[in-house]
Design a binder for this molecule. Structure first.
Ligand code: NDP
Length: 297
């Protein structure tokens, strides 16, 4: 269990867990390399969004550190949908590329759904293709989106592998986070409630949760008295606010100081769910490389 013991809730150390997952991905990549397959991850960035540029740089660095090949495609914001589709098709056919990640958000003139649908589902390491989304619904193996996968892994670090029968409340029902998180916990035999902006009496609902996942994008919305004593709290939200010193800082969807008086364990923001995302991406790339190698055999 990767948690730091405290008098209040244990703080789940997402960075340490991420480092362990990256080491696991690197070991799997070495094994594949020994059989002649070096996993390759292509990341496509359209435009100059500063946050996306940082993500892409970090992804490239971590990919190389894990002994994999990194291919970066940086395209200008004016890139047309057809040009992007042509690149996706080229990467689909490139035998050195096993994973393709198109960094979101895309410029408004590009239909993100069309781009995602054009990906080879076996190379869709972000787990966004409708086929991979459908596999989660069916409870079949496939490429699982990284942030939702991270939520389940963090819960297992606190509560152990078997989450059967636990009550889970997920705040948020987005395609990217809320829905896949809810389905993954359901596949782990939890009893899951998905809440959203129209949910009635959200605090009372949250108080029933053994595992509370907050993914609403509303700063510090979840208060201490929304939390069942001893619950595990996974805070996915990332909200930038101005600090007292005038500098901006990140906070989650959970009022951290209040929540840690009540919870058993809680993820901090930053340093909780976030670091897991790139680590899961590397694992997904290894999984994709195995699938594609099997397809060619
Ligand atoms: P979306 O805006 O797409 O979805 C937000 C969801 O929260 C919606 O389903 C919405 O309900 C619900 N919601 C909004 N306000 C409330 C409220 N007051 N009460 C109950 N439910 C509410 O966001 P995402 O799912 O993309 O992201 C959620 C958060 O997670 C964001 O802060 C984002 O930055 C963060 N994030 C973090 C990642 C990480 O690696 N840590 C990765 C991805 C996202 P409705 O459907 O009714 O509108």
């Amino acid at each position: 269990m990767q948690i730091e013991a405290r008098t209040q809730a244990a703080i789940i150390d997402g960075k340490a867990i991420a480092a362990r997952v990256r080491a696991q991905a690197a070991a799997a990549a070495r094994e594949l390399a020994a059989s002649g397959v070096i996993p390759g991850l292509a990341v496509v960035l359209v435009g100059e969004d500063p946050a996306s540029q940082i993500y892409v740089r970090n992804k490239g660095r971590r990919t190389i550190e894990a002994g994999m090949r990194s291919f970066e495609h940086k395209l200008p914001a004016r890139t047309s949908q057809d040009e992007l589709l042509a690149l996706v098709r080229q990467l689909n056919g490139d035998p050195a590329v096993h994973g393709i990640l198109v960094q979101m958000p895309l410029p408004k003139h590009i239909d993100a759904d069309r781009i995602v649908a054009a990906l080879d589902p076996d190379k869709d390491v972000d787990g966004l293709h409708p086929l991979n989304a459908g596999r989660i619904v069916l409870g079949k193996p496939g490429l699982v989106p990284c942030t939702p996968q991270g939520c389940v892994i963090l819960a297992r670090h606190v509560l152990g592998e078997d989450l059967s029968g636990l009550d889970v409340v997920v705040i948020g029902r987005s395609i990217l986070v809320g829905k896949p998180v809810a389905l993954l916990f359901q596949n782990a035999n939890c009893t899951v409630t998905m809440a959203h902006s129209r949910t009635r009496n959200l605090p009372a609902l949250c108080r029933r949760a053994d595992i509370l996942v907050a993914a609403a994008g509303r700063r510090e919305m979840v208060r201490g008295d929304w939390i069942k004593p001893g619950a595990t709290v996974i805070d996915v939200g990332i909200n930038r606010i101005a600090g007292a010193d005038g500098r901006s800082r990140l906070v989650g969807d959970v009022a951290f100081e209040e929540a840690r008086q009540v919870a058993r364990a809680i993820t901090p923001v930053p340093g909780g769910v976030g670091p897991r995302t790139i680590a899961c991406l590397l694992l997904n790339t290894v999984q994709a490389a195995r699938t594609i190698a099997g397809r060619r055999a």
